[in-house]
Design a protein around this ligand. Structure first.
Ligand SMILES: [Zn+2]
Length: 507
């Protein structure tokens, strides 16, 4: 299909060259090609009604204003800057205000333990009675509500966070330092994280710093409730959450099965949806460490089978996580992955790399041969034309997470992100946030900011935004019945949003 379209374009250009000398003017030939590219792009055929067209005009005024300001002054060009430097500019941006209020549909790639803003973790979780901290031999902190030094690999004594805070010279500074444990933010990422290894090491550490605290039952409940709140408040209506589904413990030291973890998420979700009927809730993708030995992986596949069997419409699929460049390639894990129950789907991270022709980008090939439902990141996909073609013809959505790819060192200026090519070729993509809490973001709006300001062309507005939002529901694993309801709700919230923009209450 894509090949045919590309062929048509080449034909058009050649044809126009000939025509330009005969019947078509130079201007007409230029316009024809620009128009053809616009139509080929994601959203090229999305219809806007008259109200939406007016909103598009308003939006474009803001977008073009901010882009031309950035064009004049590179230091103010948020679209090209690292998120850590751009965030204050984005927070003041009209485009961002618009995106925050815009219904964004679903987020389909989000890891639970890095989903909540670090500010909440500091302001709420770190004040929960009983929180302890210890330090490993490598100097990494561990936050927990239980004393199991062997499991935590702790070399120091446990100290109460409340005591540390009380004894500190300045509680505000204590909290700032605490936040740094679970937030990669630095004003100089180029100096603090000069290589991909340095940033990935800190990033992976953060999961180990907070992981055990989040499996304390009261903390688990509070954290995931907050995750739902932050999604809902950012006008996200549904999420597919990747989780390693660790076992929980309570204050008496009791531990519970993984099924209990899933049932806790299930009941939190039920409760939240009841309170917010326009929120469709979450579904779960079990995501396990890609560095596991085959025996461990087989074990987790068995556990997944059990969880999927218990709640098949809630625990929908399986994935592998961890730095792809360092983990085992999918090809080495085939026998375990082929053992998954036939009703379960795969949502494989693939091609989250700058390498070309290495095992990491070849993961994309195995992900497709394994019939993955979507691809996590797919950053290297642009380098593989046959795979890109397959993704497009089989309509396998690529979960594009712009800020994640930038912070985790694949690209600095997001205008160079391959997502721009995916949009220009109408490869199915959905915009995702991956681990927003770990890099000073919140919700999905910041990633949408880069999607429309950096990945999309300057003149792209509401048509592309609307398509991305609708895509997120289309490519979700909601059942047909749930999708029908999701689209009904989306139509309603979208038209309310359009009215609000026209009333002037968004900008
Ligand atoms: Zn991910």
């Amino acid at each position: 299909m894509m090949k045919r379209l590309l062929f048509c374009i080449v034909f058009l250009v050649l044809h126009l060259q000939i025509q330009a000398q005969t019947t078509l003017s130079y201007e007409q030939a230029r316009q024809a090609v620009l128009l053809a590219e616009e139509e080929l792009m994601t959203g090229g055929h999305t219809y806007l009604n008259s109200q939406e067209a007016k909103v598009d005009d308003i939006f474009m005024e803001y977008k073009l204003g901010e882009l031309s300001q950035g064009f004049r002054n590179a230091e103010q060009n948020a679209a090209a800057l690292h998120f850590f430097k751009a965030k204050p500019l984005i927070d003041r941006s009209g485009v961002f205000r618009f995106l925050q209020k815009m219904p964004k549909g679903a987020v389909l790639h989000l890891h639970n333990t890095a989903s909540v803003s670090s500010k909440w973790v500091v302001d709420d979780l770190s004040y929960m009675p009983g929180l302890l901290r210890c330090t490993t031999a490598t100097g990494r902190s561990v936050l927990t509500f239980r004393r199991t030094p062997k499991e935590h690999k702790c070399q120091s004594d446990y100290v109460r966070v409340s005591d540390e805070r009380r004894n500190s010279l300045d509680r505000r500074i204590y909290d700032q330092n605490f936040e740094r444990l679970i937030n990669l933010y630095t004003p100089v990422p180029e100096l603090e994280f000069p290589t991909i290894t340095q940033v990935w090491d800190r990033f992976q550490d953060m999961f180990d710093i907070i992981g055990d605290a989040l499996t304390y039952l009261p903390a688990f409940r509070a954290y995931h409730w907050q995750m739902l709140e932050e999604l809902y408040n950012d006008n996200v209506m549904y999420a597919e959450i990747r989780t390693s589904c660790k076992t929980l413990y309570d204050a008496s030291g009791r531990t519970f099965s993984r099924e209990r973890t899933i049932r806790e998420l299930y009941s939190l979700n039920e409760k939240f949806v009841k309170l917010h009927p326009d929120f469709l809730g979450i579904k779960i993708i079990v995501a396990v460490y890609r560095g596991y030995e085959m025996d461990q992986l087989r074990e987790t596949v068995e556990e997944f089978r059990h969880l999927h069997h218990a709640l098949p419409h809630f625990v929908v699929g399986f994935d592998l996580v961890g730095q792809e460049d360092k983990g085992k390639p999918l090809y080495a894990l085939l026998s375990a992955l082929r053992d998954l129950p036939p009703t379960a789907r795969l949502f494989l991270h693939g091609g989250e790399t700058n390498w070309f022709g290495a095992s990491t980008d070849i993961n994309l090939l195995d992900a497709l041969l394994l019939n993955t439902t979507r691809i996590g990141h797919g950053y290297a996909l642009a380098k593989h034309p046959i795979l890109l073609n397959a993704v497009k013809s089989r309509q396998i959505a690529v979960e594009v997470s712009p800020i994640s790819n930038q912070v985790l060192h694949l690209v600095w200026d997001l205008r160079n992100h391959p997502g721009a090519q995916y949009l220009s070729l109408d490869v199915p993509i959905v915009i995702c946030s991956d681990d927003p809490g770990f890099w000073n973001a919140k919700g999905l709006s910041y990633d949408f900011y880069y999607a429309i300001m950096s990945l999309a062309p300057n003149n792209a507005g509401l048509r592309i935004l609307k398509t991305l939002v609708w895509n997120s529901v289309k490519f979700s694993t909601l059942t047909e019945e749930e999708k029908t309801r999701a689209f009904q709700i989306l139509e309603l919230t979208w038209s309310r949003f359009i009215d609000k923009v026209l009333e002037g209450s968004v900008f």
